[in-house]
Ligand binder design. Structure first.
Ligand code: NAD
Length: 257
């Protein structure tokens, strides 16, 4: 597949959650670098909207949109198989951006709310990371870069998000462990920890809470999806070739102590 402008091989990254917010920005950024991008999302309509926004003028790029439920092993396997059928190789870059919230205080949270958030955010990251890594190892690919989306909330906790915070702390542990196990195959695994980013996910947050949060951000503003995508592009590229197993905070300085 094509190399990017940065002389990396960011080819056909499947972006779980690519239909919206940060995932969409990642797809746009990697496509602008010359990658062929597979936009994967549980909402096929959203994935297609992202697909329609991608540049295609560079080096014969071929982008695809696909429906996937990252919490289903069968669905994830089907996605990776169909990518290999289309591109004759597994993706060299994978960004796990699918995620959900189902907020409630610990005292009120239903078991189903806890389970669903863990299934999508944590189990989904496991299934996608495992399927992509298995495909890369099986075909003897020389290198790969797998990027997960954690959250600063996984480190510091957040009122009403016991399920989400637990899932994101788990994503960091998963990523560090995957980095240790997969480095001998040339596969790097890193986690990005956004703070407060302007996406449909944060549109649900009451204005009062947003204003309070903003007063705690040293850089004094909410982040943009493109600012998280920039860090993902760095981790996808050879510019980060000696970096694995790390978590990078993209928070405007929120909670730096
Ligand atoms: P978003 O809601 O805009 O996008 C999430 C996408 O995931 C949606 O397109 C949705 O359809 C998709 N999705 C949901 N369930 C899925 C499933 N089972 N299978 C496949 N796709 C599924 O959210 P966002 O703000 O862009 O968040 C992206 C990632 O960044 C998430 O993991 C989120 O937890 C994390 N994050 C976001 C923020 C923030 O402030 N926005 C902060 C920290 C971490």
């Amino acid at each position: 597949m094509e190399g990017s402008k940065r002389n990396s091989t960011v080819s056909s990254p499947p972006d779980g959650g690519g239909g919206s917010g940060i995932g969409r920005a990642v797809c746009q950024r990697l496509a602008s670098e010359g990658a062929s991008v597979v936009v994967a999302d549980i909402s096929e309509e959203s994935a297609n909207e992202t697909l329609g926004s991608l540049p295609t003028d560079l080096r014969g790029q071929v982008h695809l949109a696909a429906a996937v439920d990252v919490s289903s092993k069968e669905s994830v396997k089907k996605l990776v198989t169909s990518i290999q059928t289309h591109y004759f190789q597994p993706p060299s870059v994978c960004v796990n951006a699918a995620g959900i919230t189902q907020d409630d205080f610990l005292l009120n949270m239903e078991e189903e709310q806890f389970d669903r958030v863990i299934q999508v955010n944590l189990k989904g990251s496991f299934l996608v990371t495992q399927a992509v890594a298995q495909a890369l190892v099986a075909c003897g690919a020389p290198k790969g870069s797998i990027i997960t989306l954690g959250s600063i909330v996984g480190k510091v906790g957040n009122l009403g998000q016991v399920n989400y915070a637990a899932s994101k702390a788990g994503v960091e542990g998963l990523t560090r462990t995957a980095a240790k196990e997969l480095s001998r195959f040339g596969i790097r695994c890193n986690c990005v920890l956004p703070g407060f980013i302007s996406t449909p996910m944060t549109e649900k947050v009451p204005e009062k809470v947003i204003n309070k949060m903003m007063s705690l951000v040293p850089l004094g503003r909410i982040g943009e999806p493109a600012e998280v995508a920039d860090v993902c592009a760095f981790l996808a590229s050879d510019d980060s070739r000696y970096i694995t197993g790390v978590s990078i905070e993209v928070t405007g300085g929120l909670f730096i102590g």
